[in-house]
Design a protein around this ligand. Structure first.
Ligand code: NDP
Length: 450
């Protein structure tokens, strides 16, 4: 008789939870259960990266249709149906969810629907049923947070924005981070009048300053109205839409207000603190470098730990927990040189140190190129690209690569391999370009910018 019902219970069937349970089941023959109270696939697949990127693709056609005219196409009158896009997106999500169920079943993982709560160190309650396990992995993700501002509860979050019944004519988006920037592009490309309220002096805190400033300018060029150094004071519901008071006296009116002011870990009311799992002041689960909580058989990964809240990081944390528990030796995740992208319009890709971060420890050279992508030469689209390399003068190592413009996320994924491998500027220079591309700019910049 086994001591517990399972070897591993995972609470949360998002990217991290599904990855850990599949590999524990398939590669290590463990008896695994996974508990989920919403849709299998979690935030990234059902309410985040995937549906968002589909809407980004959908909205970008508005520019592509304009561009096509410069290439000889004539399109009489292009129209767009928001509800058709949402229906198509929902069909795709349903298809992906079926795939996730199958992947779990093929790995022998048993799914439980409901909210999983820790009853003790080895027991999880779900829908009145108790299941026990040697190890437990908390992968409950996060949820949008709405600041405590009068009337702000009227606002929609990214969860709602992905499923609006109809496109508003005017929207106010609060926040200057990933989500606010990405949805500003989606709505603006689809013809919605977008006002964006940013409490900082610029969008995208933490990104390289040149990229921040250049994207902000491009967004303004595309018609997005950015109100910097402003916060929302009050939201009032009107008969038709909302009145939003910003700063001391300005009033905006909109059909929708969207709040994208960050996310908080899903860690309350699931028996964590009561059973010795420590949370920090933001509610994130405290873990060591092997993702182990203060309770040695309980691990936590992904947004619930609020380390680097990106899907590929959660996947890597999942793999490290599986290796640590069942592999030949325990393994920690490296958080250095994590590439990331913002699917703004135009998009951003970035890896390594920003100029500001690099300057704290290094004497650096900056290589910068601004150019118009060839695709826009005939279409005359008023949109430029920017690439930037940060190079350590002492070692010639490339410390950071940043790009804004067409295909930036796709290009930076490749550059990230070079940077992770410790490539020098001389090695970038000795790499031949692929002509004509935007990516070749990364290997053709010779003179540091002053
Ligand atoms: P972010 O943390 O990226 O941005 C939050 C924004 O809200 C910041 O501009 C912040 O301002 C502002 N803010 C916070 N509190 C307030 C407040 N009380 N009043 C006004 N403004 C406020 O969060 P997001 O919600 O955009 O995204 C959450 C996370 O999800 C991201 O950090 C990212 O890790 C992940 N994500 C990744 C994506 C990708 O990889 N492409 C896409 C979407 C999300 P300030 O800068 O001043 O702090």
């Amino acid at each position: 008789m086994k001591r517990y019902d399972f070897d591993l219970i995972v609470i949360g069937a998002g990217s991290g939870g599904v990855r850990a349970s599949r590999f524990a089941g398939l590669n290590h023959g463990k008896r695994v259960a996974i508990v989920e109270n919403r849709r299998t696939g979690g935030t990234c697949v059902m309410r985040g990266c995937v549906p968002k990127k589909l809407l980004v693709y959908g909205s970008n056609f508005s520019h592509d249709i304009d561009d096509s005219k410069g290439y000889g196409w004539s399109i009489e009158r292009a129209t767009h149906s928001w509800s058709d896009l949402i229906d198509a997106k929902n069909r795709e999500l349903a298809r992906l969810e079926r795939i996730y169920h199958k992947l779990l079943a093929d790995a022998g993982v048993r799914e439980f629907n409901g909210t999983g709560k820790l009853a003790d160190q080895h027991t999880v309650e779900v829908n009145g049923q108790t299941i026990t396990s040697e190890h437990i992995l908390i992968a409950t993700g996060g949820t949008p947070s709405i600041p405590d501002i009068p009337g702000m509860k009227e606002s929609i979050t990214s969860d709602d924005a992905l499923d609006l019944n109809e496109l508003p004519e005017r929207i106010v988006i609060v926040g200057g981070g990933y989500i606010a920037v990405e949805f500003s592009g989606i709505f603006n490309n689809l013809g919605v009048s977008v006002h964006k309220i940013v409490r900082a002096d610029q969008i995208l805190r933490g990104f390289d300053h040149t990229i921040r400033a250049t994207l902000e300018q491009e967004m303004k060029n595309q018609g997005i109205q950015i109100h910097s150094k402003k916060t929302v004071r009050k939201v009032k519901k009107l008969e038709n839409g909302y009145s939003i008071k910003i700063g001391s006296n300005d009033i905006l009116q909109a059909d929708k207000i969207m709040c994208a002011t960050g996310r908080i870990p899903n860690t309350s009311d699931i028996g964590l603190k009561e059973n010795g799992v420590e949370l920090d002041e933001k509610g994130a689960i405290t873990v060591n470098k092997y993702s182990m909580t203060k309770v040695e058989n309980i691990f936590a990964i992904g947004d619930a730990t609020n380390r680097v809240t990106l899907t590929p990081v959660a996947l890597e944390e999942a793999m490290s927990v599986v290796d640590t528990l069942y592999g030949p030796k325990r393994r920690a995740v490296s958080y250095e040189n994590i590439p990331s992208a913002v699917f703004s319009s135009p998009p951003i890709g970035t890896v390594g140190l920003t100029e500001e971060h690099a300057l704290r420890k290094h004497d650096i050279d900056i290589f910068l190129s601004r150019f118009q992508p060839m695709k826009y030469s005939l279409s005359r689209r008023n949109e430029n690209s920017l690439v930037k390399l940060i190079v350590d003068k002492a070692t010639d190592r490339v410390l950071g690569a940043h790009m804004m413009g067409l295909d930036a996320p796709e290009i930076i994924q490749g550059i990230a391999i070079a940077i992770k491998s410790g490539a020098t500027k001389a090695q970038f220079d000795s790499t031949l370009g692929i002509h004509p591309t935007s990516a070749e700019e990364f290997v053709t910049m010779r003179n540091p910018s002053s």
